[in-house]
Design a protein around this ligand. Structure first.
Ligand code: GTP
Ligand code: MG
Length: 432
């Protein structure tokens, strides 16, 4: 079946700028910026700014005219998983980075700030980077792409990740969409297919996969002739990306000659399953979605047959069932003269954090308990470890990530943004 990503002849809804932070963030941003089309004057549809402390890691990323690499001087050796160093490194170079945003992102319609959560550089820089992007013309035109660590990456990585997520959750009402990539989910799926693969191969695969997913969703909303009444256009796609909260993307390809529009069992279970499974992360409570949209593309020859009223009613019923509270839930249908199967994309926006975040909190607690057990054996290490443990506990307030305190912080975030027109969603940090 043909694939929207590989086609190269399709136009995009939005011109993205991608700001990569740290090694993971830079690697993902580089894959997005490397996407090429065959359309004249749109050969490189995306622009990247890649920021890292570590000189060697940054050098390894391929150069390209639409990518600007920026090394944080004075921190050539990296931040060594220390979030404070990452934040300091970024802050010291803020003015120059603001200059880069102005020169390189001047024509961008939406900016993604991208980082792999858990390290020092990207995780440390991410909040200051969002503030800078907001202050430089992209308030309400900025989203986040974040990866969540695998279970076995260790306590420090997990705690770095959770601590940052906590701060981000406090500002979430003033931010655009957060697209999470769950490294554990993708890694498990990847290992099932390639049991002998290495972590390096996984990371490479995952970065291409994230880039491909984002590009596909961007072209699916812009390239085809609408059939029927509803067209989900670029401005509505932008509205989705501006909806505060998590965003979940799904995709499924069905062979049009096997899709029997009059027999629900040939398609409904598969579509439901694709939504629950998601592409980059899963475990969302879809009941909390603020917006949902489905774009379906069928080959021109079969679009009238496939997109019968009954078929569309059934898809609308699925979305209604998943997200009764969503205030918009368009189902758009398109025909593609070069299409080979029926492609169905769904986007759910304004979601709460997925289950994986609570799993990571549990994992972190287990690891912290293990540290406590060791402590009883050795007085010296008990002294050192005791204070480390204390810091971790103070900083990771589980309740405020998923519990009631979040609501309170959300409100504070709201007030700040209405006063200052949403320019600094993290203004509450100033008073700390
Ligand atoms: N999907 C994906 N995740 C990555 C990749 N590289 C790193 N990660 C994830 O991101 C987390 C942070 O790693 P890095 O991005 O290397 O860390 P950093 O920001 O460079 O920070 P320091 O090296 O400590 O200065 C890791 O724990 C991984 O879970 C990547 O290429 N792809
Ligand atoms: Mg690094």
């Amino acid at each position: 079946m043909n694939n929207l990503f590989d086609r190269g002849d399709l136009s995009m809804s939005l011109k993205f700028g991608v700001l990569g932070l740290g090694m993971g963030g830079c690697s993902i941003a580089s894959e997005i910026a490397n996407i090429k089309t065959r359309i004249t004057n749109k050969m490189t549809p995306y622009t990247g700014i890649l920021i890292n402390t570590n000189e060697v890691d940054l050098r390894k990323i391929p150069d390209s005219d639409n990518v600007k690499k920026y090394q944080l001087k004075g921190y050539e050796k990296g931040a060594g998983r220390d979030v404070e160093i990452g934040e300091k490194a970024f802050s010291e170079h803020k003015d120059e980075i603001a200059g880069l945003l102005k020169t390189h992102f001047s024509d961008r319609e939406f900016v993604w700030v991208i980082c792999g959560l858990g390290g020092g550089t990207g995780t440390g820089a991410v909040i200051e980077a969002i503030r800078l992007v907001y202050a430089n013309g992209f308030a309400k035109r900025c989203g986040l792409i974040l990866t969540l660590p695998r279970d076995k990456e260790g306590r420090q990585v997990l705690d770095n990740c959770l601590e940052r997520l906590q701060k981000i959750s406090q500002a979430m009402k003033g931010l655009g969409a957060i697209l999470l990539t769950d490294n554990q989910k993708l890694y498990t799926e990847f290992l099932e297919e390639k049991p002998m693969a290495s972590i390096g191969e996984y990371l490479d695969f995952s970065n291409k996969y994230i880039a491909k997913t984002l590009h596909e969703i961007n072209v699916a909303t812009a390239s085809f002739n609408p059939v029927g009444g509803y067209h989900f256009d670029s401005s509505e796609f932008l509205n989705m990306l501006n909806t505060p909260g998590l965003i979940s993307l799904s995709r499924i390809s069905l062979r049009d000659n096997q899709l029997d529009a009059d027999n629900e069992s040939t398609y409904l279970p598969k579509i439901r399953d694709s939504i629950s499974k998601g592409i980059l992360s899963d475990g969302y409570n879809f009941k909390g979605a603020k917006k949902a949209a489905v774009s379906m593309i069928a080959p021109t020859g079969s679009s009238n047959r496939v997109f019968s009223m009954k078929f569309i009613n059934n898809i609308e019923a699925i979305i209604e069932d998943f997200s009764p509270q969503a205030d918009e839930k368009p189902v758009a249908t398109y025909s593609d003269p070069k299409g080979e199967g029926v492609q169905i994309y769904s986007v759910f926006a304004g979601l709460p954090f997925p289950k994986r975040v609570s799993e990571l909190i549990k994992k972190s607690e287990e690891l912290n308990e293990l540290v406590e057990e060791d402590v009883a054996d050795d007085a010296l290490s008990s002294l050192t470890l005791f204070s480390r443990k204390k810091t971790a506990n103070e900083e990771i307030d589980v309740d405020s990530i998923l519990g009631s305190k979040q609501e309170l912080d959300f409100n504070t975030g709201n007030k700040v943004s209405s006063k200052s027109k949403g320019v600094d969603p993290f203004e509450f940090l100033n008073s700390k």
